[in-house]
Design a protein around this ligand. Structure first.
Ligand code: ADP
Ligand code: MG
Ligand code: MG
Length: 889
């Protein structure tokens, strides 16, 4: 195997082997762009080193050979005393990762060669500046010395000289600083700063390898599901110098605006500076456009190169460059990050420019970005006072009165106040408060903190880890930078998409993208913004491409109509339980309490017309599209009063010697129906089999509603779905009764109803015996919520708040299996059941209802396993449409 590639040997498709940075340096080199020569040590070499603790035997020689070639080309040797070749050693994994080693610049400088460099450049100051930078970077990243010690020494040198910026330090000052830095290295690292150039380089290379396994890098990989065995590449690149005076400098640039997508000149430039100075903010940068005045030749060349890169990568690129005495050098490029809105605009702009086609455009955006664009947002024109910024943990814009404990959050929200729960960090005790609050703000913790995880699960706005805010929960106050104190009851606003925290009420405006989906804003209209145009076009691309159909989970006509506006092609899950609530509770109570068949039939008879009316409306709103109605699923006790409340009522009536016969019967029923574990108890099809007449009443309501719609010249397409089936026998019994009822209704109405009957697959046993179940089912709908609960043995209502944070922190999973389908476990049951079902019944219709139907990654999985449709809540429909299109690319 070959462990080292010259920049001329690689290309952009070799990211696995050369890392992102190395692959793109090679690509630029081969495009003929001015890249300082160098070479890349492969991830393979890193893997051997990490596995065995030693470099692969051939590596040293290969590096030597490439170094020789580099030296020959540059006409000087690494660290050569009178005219040193200097290099940078740069880490570069396939994915950029926090925790990986920082780049070390100026390798090859020593007490001797610094003099040579000074003479060659004719600039003492420059040489000593480069040397002190080397010791600083090397000390910190390779030898593990606390970086602040160097920073402090640098500050002290500036203070002694009474100057504020590093460029004002002169050669003599920097020379002294070098002595100081070397002392720091000696005391902190217990060794001298290495004077041998090759030793510097080798130590830096090993440090890059080792940084693959820092705790931070490991944790990040586990959370992002990046395989732990990829390894990192190492780039050795000959130095060019931006710190050689005012005709030198360094900068970063974007080929177009990463916020709007517009083409133009975007970037920052800093004269007489090296490496990270631009982003580190040590001096004020100038906008890139000013480079035109500073160095027109380099500027024009840079513009030319940016165009070349865009046309070549066919995407927005970001760039690092350096100008050394009027000569431009390219140091890095990659396809650049962008905001969600810009992603949509750029994708359509590139289509218009003829650079990419529709299918490619779909790969440039994703559902998470679309979801982000659909949240209401703070009015950008509003006058606001930002007081802090934390991690954007769960998107949305929330305004409310500051409260500092869960109890107050609940109390105030009960009395109609909107509140923001502010805590240092949250724990399971804060759950009630989090539910009651509009949004959650914490001063500690990251993206996987309790607050972040739970808030995302609830779809609630959350900003976490806003460290500048001093939260004092005891005194119920928060101090913001500058000393202003936010007391309990003061209004604050938080933006979960940007992480920004504001004092006072920032006005919230609906997202233009939602306005568009709602039909209140039209693409092509004068006031339609660019973003709406772009989203509109991307949705059309996705709809043309996708195979999966998208349905909605909706229980009433209002939701169904919204779903249709959002593009739903039917209802995949209509839950019937809400039809048993409200005024109808009394009827349901009577049904449950019925002692005799007559009593029971009487209450069912009263429920029938009510149910039927619900369905008539629903079928009307979804006319011409399929509507899957699930028969009653939840355990009956959910329809009865709370046990404690009822006990108190009975006891009270007893002591007052008031009549309480009904309450007593109710209480007995509650006791009788009480279950330790209702999730696994009397619910779903089990109810239908145990309570005579319940399911047939529901089926009759559906059939009669369909008949009524037919009579009104409508086109009802109802599908009856039986929940929680574990064995085909359950389904057969229900079916037989249902078929009878349907036949009766058809005979009475004279209409052909074409109702289909199917089942949910939400128990492991159902999935495992899907072949048998398909004999009695015309469709399957995977209930992935329950299936996840039963496959993992997790109770969703409990585990998300209790131990999921710990699991996420430990990296056991990167995302909750209730959010994204667990492909290996739950997913393989879905796959197996789909296959077995279709073997029995080739035209079996397959769908999925449950949260996963609107989750981007899960949608791709459902596409791959060949389902016919996904069903999700109305607001997720655009996301599902987009992702279904992307899955088909
Ligand atoms: P990161 O991945 O953090 O951007 P880089 O390896 O790109 O790290 O380098 C850090 C900084 O040093 C960048 O500004 C880069 O442009 C600069 N740099 C890296 N190698 C060289 C070099 N050979 N000559 C001049 N500047 C360099
Ligand atoms: Mg870089
Ligand atoms: Mg279920």
């Amino acid at each position: 195997v070959k462990f080292v590639y010259d920049f001329t040997e690689g290309n952009k498709d070799l990211k696995d082997l050369l890392g992102g940075k190395g692959a793109n340096l090679a690509e630029m080199t081969n495009l003929g762009l001015p890249v300082p020569p160098g070479f890349t040590i492969t991830t393979e070499a890193c893997k051997v080193y990490l596995d065995s603790g030693e470099e692969p035997a051939a590596l040293r020689d290969e590096v030597s050979a490439h170094l020789d070639a580099l030296e020959a080309r540059m006409g000087k040797k690494l660290g050569q005393a009178d005219d040193p070749l200097l290099v940078s050693v740069r880490s570069g994994a396939k994915f950029s990762m926090p925790g990986m080693m920082d780049t070390v610049l100026n390798i090859g400088l020593s007490d001797k060669s610094v003099q040579g460099l000074a003479k060659q450049a004719g600039d003492d100051r420059f040489a000593w500046d480069s040397y002190r930078r080397l010791i600083q970077m090397f000390g910190k990243t390779v030898l593990g010395v606390d970086g602040e010690l160097f920073e402090d020494a640098l500050d002290a040198a500036k203070a002694a000289k009474k100057v504020t910026v590093d460029t004002e330090l002169e050669a003599a000052d920097l020379k002294k600083l070098v002595t100081k830095f070397k002392k720091i290295v000696k005391t902190e690292a217990g060794r001298d700063f290495p004077q041998d150039a090759r030793e510097q380089m080798d130590l830096a290379i090993h440090a890059v390898f080792d940084s693959w396994n820092t705790d931070r890098a490991k944790l990040y990989r586990r959370q992002e599901r990046i395989p732990g065995d990829l390894g990192t590449a190492v780039n050795v690149c000959s130095m060019v110098f931006g710190n050689l005076g005012p005709d030198s400098g360094t900068g970063v640039a974007f080929t177009r605006d990463p916020a709007s997508g517009h083409q133009g000149v975007y970037g920052d430039y800093l004269q007489n500076a090296q490496g990270e100075d631009v982003v580190a903010g040590i001096r004020n940068t100038v906008p890139l456009a000013e480079l035109e005045q500073i160095d027109k030749k380099s500027y024009d060349q840079l513009m030319q190169i940016m165009e070349t890169l865009e046309n070549h990568y066919k995407d927005l690129c970001d760039i690092e460059f350096t100008i050394e005495r009027g000569v431009l050098w390219m140091l890095q490029t990659r396809v650049g990050k962008r905001t969600a809105g810009a992603a949509f605009r750029i994708a359509t702009q590139l289509v218009d420019q003829g650079l990419i086609d529709e299918a490619e455009a779909l790969t440039r955006v994703n559902g998470a970005q679309l979801a982000q664009l659909m949240f209401p947002r703070f009015d950008e024109d509003a006058k606001v006072s930002q007081v802090g910024r934390g991690i954007a943990a769960s998107p949305g814009a929330a305004v409310g009165k500051a409260v500092f404990d869960s109890y107050t959050a609940v109390k105030w929200s009960r009395s109609g106040e909107k509140v923001i729960l502010i805590r240092r960090e949250t724990n399971p005790d804060d759950l009630d408060g989090m539910i009651a609050a509009e949004g959650i703000l914490t001063s500690r913790g990251g993206k996987t903190s309790h607050a972040a995880v739970v808030a995302r699960g609830m779809g609630k706005t959350c900003v976490c880890g806003a460290e500048e805010l001093e939260v004092d929960t005891k005194r119920r106050r928060m101090t913001v930078p500058g000393g202003h104190v936010v007391e309990e009851g003061d209004v604050v606003s938080i933006d979960g998409s940007s992480g920004k925290v504001y004092l006072g009420e920032v006005p919230v405006v609906p997202s233009p993208v939602v306005e568009y989906f709602e039909g209140r804003m039209h693409p092509g209209a004068d006031d339609a913004d660019e973003l709406v145009e772009a989203v509109h076009r991307m949705m059309a691309f996705a709809d043309r491409k996708r195979r999966l159909r998208v349905r909605a989970n909706a229980d009433n006509a209002e939701d169904a109509l919204r779903a249709r506006r959002f593009g739903a092609q039917g209802i995949g899950l209509c839950r019937t339980e809400h039809m048993f609530l409200g005024d109808r509770r009394e009827l349901v109570e009577r049904l449950i309490l019925a002692d005799t068949d007559t009593e029971r039939e009487e209450s069912l008879k009263q429920l029938l017309p009510l149910q039927k009316q619900d369905f008539v409306q629903l079928f009307e709103s979804m006319d011409g599209l399929p509507v899957t109605v699930r028969l009653l699923d939840p355990p009956l006790h959910e329809f009865l009063p709370d046990i404690t409340e009822l006990s108190v009522r009975v006891a009270l009536a007893e002591s007052r010697q008031e009549p309480h016969e009904n309450e007593l019967r109710l209480l007995q029923a509650v006791h009788r129906l009480h279950e330790q574990n209702p999730m696994l108890g009397l619910r779903g099809v089990r109810l239908g089999l145990v309570i005579p007449g319940l399911f047939t009443m529901q089926v009759r309501a559906i059939a009669e509603a369909a008949a009524e719609r037919k009579a009104a010249k409508g086109d009802p397409r109802a599908e009856i779905m039986i929940p929680l089936v574990g064995t085909v026998q359950e389904l057969e019994i229900v079916r037989e009764e249902a078929d009878k009822v349907i036949a009766e209704v058809e005979a009475a109405s004279g209409a052909q109803l074409k109702l289909s009957i199917g089942t949910m697959i939400e128990l492991p046993r159902a999935a495992l015996t899907a072949g048998q179940i398909a004999e009695a089912a015309q469709f399957f709908s995977f209930g992935t919520n329950d299936l996840t609960q039963t496959v993992w043995g997790f109770s969703r209502d409990d585990v998300e708040a209790s131990f999921f944070t710990a699991y996420l922190e430990k990296g056991i999973f990167g995302v909750s299996p209730f959010e994204t389908i667990d492909k290996d476990g739950v997913g393989s049951l879905v796959k197996l059941a789909a296959k077995a079902g279709r073997e029995t019944r080739p035209d079996l219709k397959l769908g999925v209802c449950g949260e996963h139907g609107g989750d981007p990654e899960s949608v791709h999985f459902f596409h791959e396993v060949g389902l016919d449709y996904v069903s999700c809540s109305p607001f997720r429909i655009p996301v599902a449409r987009l992702e279904a299109g992307r899955a088909a690319v």
